[in-house]
Design a protein around this ligand. Structure first.
Ligand code: NAI
Ligand code: MG
Length: 347
């Protein structure tokens, strides 16, 4: 038995942090099946050279050969570039990776003195405004732009099920549904009602009886996240709110460079640090590799290799707690490669 992992570093610091994730997986040695890494092309830089950001070959190899994958980060431009669309958004849809699971946890004794955080954002990964149906017209009053926001019962139900399942596996077993259905009563209303109804679905048979449910409007959810993060355990949200909330939560634990995620579907999983390609620090060997390394651990746990995942996570936590070898985003002076070496020694 072997584990084939597709590696898509893509752009910017994605290329610096993905080798760290690979090294951490390799450091597990024989405690996981023999791993084989397959390097795959994707990204904006690939687009500028070849005219495609996500080659068919990449998707085919992921679908036909790989057990799982790791994605680095992509440099999507903020202006419209003809022919370009984000490969990560496309991959999530093509591979039906409908859940983006983003645990945000502070390691004990936060040096910043900020309150401790232990929550997971479960972000719907396939619809909402990310269906990217935008149009622009010119009216007598000037330009007018519109975007379609898609919320379906099916996608809301399966992300809701993921949230309840996740809550059951955590000590506090508490789900907070994030929405804005006071304004968007039809779209967010459907999301909210569908997630709320998960415990009463046929076949659930009281499985979620222990899970408590709360809900919070997205704006006040961000406010409360900063003031009293301990009230949250599992936060489940439509695509865009989930994206924003997880970056906000990252600020509470010190850096985006610490927060991992997996994109999960029923038959495939892709690890991915929450951060982007960080052009401001790319190429300097100072990107924090810990988010990517933790993403590898999450991916392994999702595949059933919990012991391997634990070993990686413990090593990362130790390096953070000791505080001697950290990248500049955490106030340290060390390089990406030095932090990676520290983690590997501890694995
Ligand atoms: P970003 O996440 O790349 O960077 C935000 C800030 O956090 C920057 O100051 C950056 O230096 C810092 N940062 C991020 N990751 C870090 C790490 N590992 N270590 C140390 N510091 C880190 O977000 P930004 O600047 O808004 O976007 C840059 C590009 O990334 C854009 O083109 C955007 O489209 C893309 N992006 C891609 C994502 C993905 O591939 N899934 C997600 C978010 C943004
Ligand atoms: Mg984001």
């Amino acid at each position: 038995q072997s584990l084939k992992i597709g590696m898509l570093p893509a752009d910017g610091i994605g290329r610096e942090v993905l080798p760290a994730a690979r090294a951490a997986i390799l450091a597990l040695g024989s405690s996981i099946p023999k791993t084989e890494f397959i390097d795959l092309a994707a990204g904006f830089e690939h687009f500028t050279r070849t005219g495609t950001a996500l080659p068919d070959e990449t998707v085919n190899i992921l679908q036909e050969e790989c057990d799982c994958a790791m994605f680095g980060a992509v440099s999507s431009p903020s202006r419209k570039v003809t022919g370009y669309s984000s490969p990560i958004v496309a991959l999530r849809k093509k591979m039906d990776l409908y859940a983006n699971i983003r645990p945000v946890t502070s390691v004990a004794a936060e040096p910043t003195g900020k309150p401790s955080v232990d929550l997971v954002v479960i972000r719907e990964n396939t619809e909402c405004l990310y269906v990217k149906q935008e149009t622009q017209t010119v009216t007598e009053n000037g330009k007018e732009a519109r975007a379609t926001r898609l919320i379906t019962e099916r996608a809301s139900r399966r992300i809701g099920e993921m949230a309840f399942k996740t809550a059951l596996s955590r000590p506090r077993k508490h789900v907070t549904i994030i929405h804005k259905s006071n304004v968007l009563s039809i779209t967010d209303g459907l999301f909210r009602e569908t997630v709320r109804a998960v415990p009463t679905l046929p076949g659930v048979d009281g499985r979620y009886d222990e899970v408590t449910i709360a809900e919070q409007l997205v704006d006040s959810a961000v406010y409360r996240l900063f003031r009293e993060p301990h009230i949250y355990d599992v936060m489940v949200a439509p695509n865009l709110y989930g994206d924003i909330l997880s970056d906000a939560a990252a600020a509470l634990v010190g850096s985006l460079g610490l927060v991992p995620s997996i994109n999960a579907g029923d038959s495939f999983v892709m690890g991915e640090p929450v951060h982007g390609s960080a052009p401001d620090i790319a190429g300097q060997d100072i990107a924090n590799p810990l988010a990517a390394i933790r993403s590898a651990a999450l991916m392994l746990r999702h595949l059933g290799y919990g012991n391997g995942a634990d070993r990686i996570e413990k090593a990362v936590d130790q390096v953070i707690r000791e505080g001697m070898v950290l990248t500049p985003d955490l106030g340290g002076k060390s390089k990406t490669s030095e932090v990676t070496q520290e983690v590997i020694k501890r694995i």
